[in-house]
Structures are given as C-alpha cells and as structure tokens.
Design a protein around this ligand. Sequence first.
Ligand code: PMP
Length: 432
Amino acid sequence: MLADTSSRPQSDAAFERAKKVIPGGVNSPARAFGAVGGTPVHMASGEGPWLTDVDGNRYVDFVGSWGPHILGHRHPAVMEAIADALTRSTSFGAPTPAETELAELVAEAVPSVEQVRMTNSGTEAAMSAVRLARGATGRDKVVKFAGNYHGHVDALLVSAGSGALTLGHPSSPGVPAGCTADTIVLDYNDVDQLTAAFEKYPDAIAGVFLEPVCGNMGLVVPTEEFLTALRDLCTRHGALLAFDEVMCGFRVAYGGAQARFGVTPDLTMMGKVIGGGMPVGAYGGPAEVMKHISPVGSVYQAGTLSGNPVAMACGVATLKALRDGDVYERLEALAARLEAGLTDAIEATGTPACIQRVGSMLTLFFTSGPVTNLIDAQKSDVERFARYFHGMLDRGVYLPCSQYEAMFVSAAHTEELIDATVAAAREVLHVI
Ligand code: PMP
C-alpha cells in the first residue's frame, strides 16, 4: 500500500530552480523543512487521501494543505461547484449570491456568529479582528498566549507558534516596538496570569485572543477551568473574547471549538476549512459587534478579491458536505484508530513520547507530556522528531514538517491507510 518514496531527483531540481526566484524557494516558511532539514517535496497532484510528487511518488497526506482538506483532495461535489462557478467569471468586485450563501452557512453553524466578513487569509481575518476589538471597545491592549499563532499580524507576532517558533524568531525584525507595545503575552492554560493581567489593566484590554484548540505549538487543549475563566473575566471587564478558529473551526466540530466546548466568544476568526482549499479567511460575531465594521461602522477593512466567487463556491460545497454527511463521526473513528495505533507503537518501542488529540487533529510529541503550554511543548526532542519525519516521508507518509504542528486526518482516509501509517511509524520509531 505504501511504497519507498525516498528517491526524489525531480523534486530536488524543482526546489533548486525555485530558490533562485523565490526567497528560500517557498511562499510560506512553514513549508521549508527548516526544522527538519532536507528539501521540501514539490507536489504534482492530490486525490482523496493521496499526494503525488513531481517524481511520481505517492504519499498518504496528513497535512491536507495545513488543514483545509477535511474531505480529502478533489472531492467530487467541491470540484463540480468550482467548475460551475468558473463558467461565470473568476471575479467581479461586486456582490454575488455565493458570498451570502457561505455567510449563512457560517452563521447557522457557529454559535457566536450572526454576521461574518470574508477575507483572503487567516492572517487578514486576525488582523481585522484585532482592529475591530480595539475600535469597538475604544481600548488598545490585547492579550495573546505564548505559542498561539494568529498569522503574521504585527500586533500578534510576539511569541508566535508554528513557523515562527520553529525558526526561532518568536517575533520578527520589521515589527516596530510600538506595534507590540500593547500586546500582553501570557502562558496558555494559566488562569492566575490571566486574572493578574485584568487586575493590572482593568479597563484597558480590548480583547483576549487565543486558539481555543491550539495547533501551532503542536496540539494543545484548553482546560475547562481556563475556558470558563476566559469567558468570565472578559465579560466582567468588558473585553472581547476572540477565538481564532482558523485551524479548528469546522474541524473539531461543525460549529468549531466553541460548539464542541459550549463556550461562546464575542469574535471568531476562521479560514482553512471554510475555503475548502481556496484562499478564504473570515471573521464574525454578533451583529452588535460587527456593526462597527465599515461601511456600517467606522472601523475600516476591505479587500479587492474578498468573497471571491470561485473561492466561495468551493467553501459552500465543502461546508454542505460537512453539514449533510456523517463526516465528523468518521473523522473521530479514524483519528481514534490512529491515536491508538501510534500509542501502541510508542509503548512497543519504548519511545519517550505522547500523543495529544482533539477530533481529527493530533500531534505526536517527543516528550512524555502532558503538554499544556509552550514551555511543555519545548521540552520535545526536535532532533528525534526530524528523524521520525524523514523516516515517515521516505516510507510514503506525508506529515507536517515540524514538531510544533498538528497532523490532520481527512474523511477520505481509510482504516487500511491508518493501519499502514501505524505500521510505518512502528518501523521508524524502532530505528530512531
Ligand atoms: N490563525 C491560526 C490559528 C492559524 O493556524 C493560521 C495559519 N496556520 C493563521 C491564523 C493564519 O492563516 P493564514 O496562513 O491563512 O494567513
């Protein structure tokens, strides 16, 4: 089922060519294999749970374009919707019904959302949500948590997870100190720190931003106590609770982490799954909050290609397939099977590691765990992770190329593929 995929001469050549005209040969650092070494694999096509590289090697895909492909590649209903949209045009710069349809689907599904504004990326959604929180409250300070990533938004690019963490640049040159002077960084799951922040700045915090299931320091779950404290403290102090559900929205449940946990934020950021693999982000909330956004309110935010009709068609078809099928039950069963198999493999090989999972998102941490925040995550043996990653890659399993990411199971995976992946992991864990 899985083959030897270790020979990739055309991929290596494609990367050499790319490096001449694209910084680092990639258009997003998360793809660069910076943390694991070696050459990023150039892909040619995808089908269901499979990726095929430019050399013709086939991999079972647990990256899913970093989350969007919850249905697998080239789902028939999604392909049909895109083809149909293309018969009309690629863009109008004027409203189209598809935008309203996607907004209606989001508002129906996500508890906190009455109104939603589409953007072209998760970064744009987060950037706009920060501006909205500040504009709506008339306050400047924002709280974020170490290891949470909200895109490359200046104000939030402090102790960010994912690529920024992997590359060892918790914040970036080019972000003026003034941009982060109002950003308070706390440890995830730490109620005492959160309480202390509100005591110190009782009337100054515009919003508290977090990933309600964090995927950007590896998969880390919020405690019930933390979620309750977040909601209570924000309400008590007039700050907006802002859930970044770019990764976990429509992934851990149809209505996102807020539906799964029963905690309703004031602002929600989305991306990835809602675009079904097209460049879509979104932010939404109650009409009372969203009324501050231009053209109704005075907080400005815009986008030439926002609500792009082809992207909207892709998003609508994806959400309808998720709403109308038994996808989440299937994802849960497949991911639980993967978790159980990997746990057995860890135990059988005596590997100091643990697995953390919510629904179809999971991380194998090379530390005994549990991992509750960035400090715990950084105890991981990243060199062992790099050997694991390459061992799996050469055996036809495509994983996220960093310890500080989550892998994604799709509804197109099968029990046989999960078992083959576990068998490969057992082999690799044995030799690393
Ligand atoms: N927020 C979260 C939680 C994310 O995981 C990401 C991307 N991985 C972003 C925001 C940024 O989204 P984008 O890459 O589409 O700008």
